[in-house]
Design a protein around this ligand. Structure first.
Ligand SMILES: *[C@@H]1O[C@H](CO)[C@@H](O)[C@H](O)[C@H]1NC(C)=O
Ligand SMILES: *[C@@H]1O[C@H](CO)[C@@H](O)[C@H](O)[C@H]1NC(C)=O
Length: 994
């Protein structure tokens, strides 16, 4: 190893007196001196929370049958179901009027109504608009909306914005065509390539009050992405029923879960005919968005897509791309809005669990993180903190108000944060018990902010606290009431943001089950909580029997004896005599409870585990028509509340149920996953899908929510999630504790990964700024950055953080290598190993075996990148006071570029910002500094990778000392702390090494 040093000449970059930078990190404690042992004692946790008056729960338990819906068979599984395509007449076209911006026409039912799954609409309006250079919209709506027939819910623009035509635009690459032989059909073609993107030719448009269906052909081997929310691989398979109906369902695979995103990305690869040694393909991508709020079912088949909705209109937007990045930007900037900018601290590490029992325990958790030298930015509490699970309260015994000041003074003084869960339903107090009064309810009730039954009485469902009511975001005062509750509660509990749960909106019974029963409140939910009534968790990750053989054996015998005890109560019902509820259309009337078409909903009946479709809003709208946006609206209300609590600051919200556009207010976590290796894998495609949906602030319950985790899974997962924007460990009640310090191996793996994450925070923050201002993505699929490699189209076991960091995690137990591809090598891309800083020697297009023992997550830096870094502190507040750093990873040609965005980290409209652009080439790195934000931190380590030759190292033409060059690894290292001691970004500069 050859090292050369350079002449020592001091250089002061800024003209004024050097400031002392005062960098100090508190990350000096040696965590290895602690011995972390797996805790099994925690398995004994029960839900009899110390002090909480849980005894009330035995008074009355809602019977499980209260949540049983009608016995329904989804149409797609029903052999008796008619195919609307076979029996419906379609439409004929008349009164066509065309101009340069599109066309309008009238569609008239072409025959006898089929009334397949609703009442056929006889006359429709077609309106096609070329709205912008990259956007085409096809709108088909009923021509005569009969006021006496409330069947039509057309999405209001103030609820879900509708893209407006640009006043001027250039040539659009999309072409709309239509014909009406044998009945109306349309197509959208990419003009420049002649590729048909969407065509309903040879299919029939079905348009009824409770059922709309249109079908398009797709090419063989199509690549579609999106249509969420769903636990599925990134690329949607070709035999998938993608239901879109917000459901409180703990992450079942391939089914509809919390969010509704009727959007897909379609990428098509073509051979270029080029064979000069580089890639021989190119790709074109476009996006399709159906602006419709109803329950939907998008059926993917080998060569077609069938889109069905239970009402509303066809409002179908096409975005022409032609790259994924362009499609995503077009979708966000014109249709759904750009994602919220996050506060800097949001990128620190978050710890949560269901089962943190009191202020003391919470403080101990925080202290233990510090003892183990594992950064903790934010402590989260689940429903344990509430008084009998009521929003905007504290449990008077376990989280007494008297403990607030001490807890928060210390927390905030240490630069740490607190996020409480807040549920969507509001407890309705027992009218026979004056001491049960609940002010949040009283104020809401007086302002008329709760949803009703069709007869005007209050709709009363059930959630954690017992019988509950549900805020009506369409009522005149709903948002204002919620904002006020947030403001008032902040005076008692100085929280730092909100975690919104149960917002699908979930209810544990069918219909208004509390009507007439409120005098029994509070009541217990219709199922046992984890740990309650022998509901013990015996589940472990795959491979646990190998890593923890003894515990595995005892868990398995306990589990089977438990099963033996309970098996007698299992009743086997004969399935041969099952009869299903099938409804038929009634002229002029909708059946919102049981629509004739049964979508493949994970909960079956639309009313199961959710507020029922007939619940009614103040404006008369039924939940049937707007179910999918309840969760979106509470996020808006919460955003307004946080703006009021923290004027001028960026609201921090993590929400469960999202809709297209929720990203402008919120981040999202992946919901109730389990401590299984496959859920760790699914976190990647789920995150990448949320990149497409414009919600980049995404992460999952690291180490797994349901079930017990183990050290192997938790080590791998803590390392993987360190490269997700939202980084949180969360655990279910009564499972084994899983804070990363519980096992030495996990603690150590976590410190390693967190050190990288916190070093990269300036890079992450800059990516978010770009996402917030341009609609670019943060977590990226390999296919998006390398669009000419068709073999990457389905890759979701690896991902990129921004353009420059490649993450190749281990996703299976009991291995110490992982296979991964190095994309772009065919076109000359270079990758550097994060740890060794050397160029990776890998072949193009093949899976490379990479060493990955437990505790090591393979990370690679893309050649051509400049990564802004900062020395990690214990918290982000401390990190922000530390010296900057740079990694300059040169491309094959010796070039690199990058960006750094800096502001105060919290203001919605920062008074000053800095934008620094880095360009490297010809043995020089230029930093171009623009903006007025004051940052006095020095530039510390600069590491240049792939340096083939060096001469004198100079900063702004003056030689500097201390450079170290390693000829073997080709790494040049500098420490510029002394010469930039008054601030790295006081002005533009040039560093040269040739
Ligand atoms: C498609 O999926 C359904 C439901 O999972 C299954 O029954 C059917 O066999 C699949 N068809 C094909 C062609 O794979
Ligand atoms: C907090 O909870 C822990 C765990 O149950 C218990 O040991 C402790 O006594 C509780 N402390 C207080 C002050 O309630």
């Amino acid at each position: 190893m050859a090292r050369s040093s350079f002449i020592r000449t001091a250089l002061i970059l800024c003209p004024f007196l050097a400031l002392t930078t005062g960098q100090n990190t508190s990350s000096s404690a040696d965590g290895s001196s602690h011995s972390a042992t797996p805790t099994t004692a925690d398995a004994e946790w029960s839900t009899t929370v110390a002090g909480t008056p849980t005894k009330f729960r035995s008074i009355f338990t809602i019977p499980a049958s209260a949540d049983d819906g009608a016995n329904l068979l989804p149409n797609i599984e029903d052999p008796k179901a008619v195919n609307a395509q076979d029996i419906c007449p379609g439409y004929k076209v008349s009164q066509v009027q065309e101009d340069e911006h599109g066309l309008t026409a009238v569609l008239t039912l072409a025959g006898k109504p089929c009334n397949a799954y609703g009442n056929d609409i006889k006359v429709l309006n077609l309106k096609v608009e070329y709205q912008a250079a990259n956007r085409l919209v096809i709108n088909i709506s009923p021509a005569n909306i009969d006021a006496s027939n409330s069947s039509w819910y057309i999405v209001p623009e103030d609820l879900i914005p509708r893209p407006k035509p640009d006043s001027t635009y250039g040539d659009i690459d999309l072409e709309f065509d239509w014909d009406d032989e044998p009945s109306f059909w349309f197509s959208v073609t990419r003009y420049s390539t002649g590729d048909v993107l969407f065509t309903t030719e040879d299919t029939t448009l079905v348009y009824e009050d409770q059922f709309i269906e249109f079908v398009s052909a797709l090419p063989e081997d199509y690549n579609l992405y999106g249509l969420g929310e769903r636990i599925h691989g990134l690329r949607l398979n070709h035999n998938l029923t993608a239901t879109i109906y917000a459901a409180d369902a703990g992450d079942p695979i391939d089914r509809n879960i919390y969010g509704s995103h009727p959007f897909y990305l379609d990428t098509r690869y073509f051979k270029t005919g080029y064979s000069g040694g580089g890639s021989e393909h190119e790709s074109y991508s476009h996006g399709v968005y159906l602006r419709n709020l109803h329950g939907q079912e998008v059926q993917l088949q080998p060569e077609s897509i069938t889109w069905r909705t239970l009402g509303g209109s066809i409002d179908l937007f096409f975005f022409d791309g032609p790259t994924q990045a362009e499609v995503t930007k077009q979708y966000q900037t014109s249709a759904i809005g750009l994602p919220a900018m996050q506060q800097y601290w949001g990128f620190g590490y978050h710890q949560c669990r269901w089962g943190y029992r009191n202020w003391t325990e919470l403080r101990e958790i925080i202290n233990t993180f510090r003892d183990f030298d594992i950064p903790l930015e934010t402590i989260w509490v689940d429903i344990d903190y509430m008084d009998q699970y009521r929003d905007f309260t504290l449990d008077p015994f376990t989280y007494p108000p008297s403990g607030v000041k001490e807890f928060f003074d210390k927390l905030h003084e240490d630069g740490q944060h607190f996020i409480p869960i807040v549920d969507s339903a509001i407890y309705i107090p027992n009218p026979n018990n004056a001491s049960d009064a609940y002010d949040t309810y009283t104020r809401g009730n007086e302002s008329g902010v709760f949803m009703t039954n069709p007869d005007g009485s209050q709709y009363i469902g059930a959630v954690w606290p017992g019988y509950t009511v549900f805020p009506d975001w369409m009522s005149a005062s709903g948002v204002q009431w919620w904002v006020n509750e947030m403001v008032e509660w902040y005076k008692e509990v100085p929280y730092d943001g909100f975690w919104i749960d149960m917002s699908e909106v979930s209810s544990f019974c069918i219909g208004s089950c509390g009507t007439g029963n409120v005098t029994m409140n509070p009541v217990h939910p219709p199922f046992a909580l984890p740990g309650e009534e022998g509901n013990v968790i015996y589940d472990y990750p795959e491979g646990f029997n190998i890593t923890n053989a003894t515990e595995a054996a005892s868990a398995s015998s306990a589990s089977s004896s438990q099963a033996a005890k309970t098996s007698t109560s299992v009743t086997v019902t004969s399935s041969t005599s099952t009869s299903y509820l099938r409804t038929i259309p009634t002229p002029g009337v909708r059946n919102v409870g049981h629509p004739p078409y049964v979508i493949s909903n994970v909960q079956g009946d639309l009313a199961v585990h959710a507020v029922s479709p007939n619940a009614t809003h103040a404006n008369g709208v039924q939940e049937y028509d707007v179910h999918n946006v309840w969760g979106h609206q509470i996020l808006n209300a919460t955003y307004q509340g946080l703006l009021k609590v923290f004027p001028g600051k960026r609201p921090f919200i993590i929400g469960r149920s999202t809709f297209a556009g929720s990203g402008k207010w919120t981040g999202h976590w992946g919901g109730d996953n389990a401590s299984k290796w496959y859920y760790m894998y699914f976190s990647i495609p789920q995150a990448l899908s949320f990149s497409l949906f414009g919600i980049p602030m995404f992460g999952v319950d690291t180490c797994g929510f349901n079930g017990n985790t183990d050290y192997e899974l938790c080590s791998r997962w803590m390392q993987l999630s360190a490269f997700f924007p939202f980084y949180r460990n969360h655990n279910v009640l009564s499972a084994l504790a899983q804070e990363p310090y519980r096992w030495e191996s996990v603690a150590s793996a976590t410190r390693t990964a967190m050190h990288i994450r916190y070093s990269l925070l300036p890079y992450m923050y800059t990516l978010f700024y770009k996402a917030h201002t341009t609609g670019s993505t943060v977590m990226r699929a390999l296919a998006w950055e390398f669009p000419n490699e068709p073999q990457l189209a389905g890759v979701d076991t690896q991902f990129l953080l921004g353009p420059s960091i490649l993450v190749t995690p281990v996703l299976e137990p009991q291995v110490d290598t992982v296979k991964g591809v190095f994309p772009g090598i065919i076109d000359g891309e270079v990758w550097y190993d994060w740890y060794t800083q050397e160029k990776v020697r890998a072949k193009a297009g093949v899976n490379t075996t990479i060493d990955a023992p437990l505790g090591h997550i393979p990370i690679f830096v893309r050649g051509g990148s400049v990564l802004p870094l900062q020395e990690p502190g214990y918290t982000t507040r401390e990190s922000r006071k530390n010296p900057w750093g740079l990694i300059v990873a040169l491309s094959e040609d010796g070039d690199a570029k990058g960006e750094l965005y800096i502001d105060d980290g919290e203001s919605l409209e920062p008074s000053g910002t800095l934008e620094i652009t880095f360009r490297a080439g010809d043995g020089k790195l230029k930093a171009d500094v623009k903006g007025s934000y004051k940052d006095a931190n020095a530039l510390g380590n600069v590491t240049i990778l792939g340096v083939d030759s060096i001469g004198k190292v100079k900063l702004n033409g003056k030689s500097i000392d201390g450079a170290e060059y390693d000829e073997d690894t080709r790494v040049l290292k500098l420490d510029l702390k002394d010469v930039t001691s008054c601030g790295a970004w006081q002005g533009s500069w040039t560093l040269s090494w040739e």
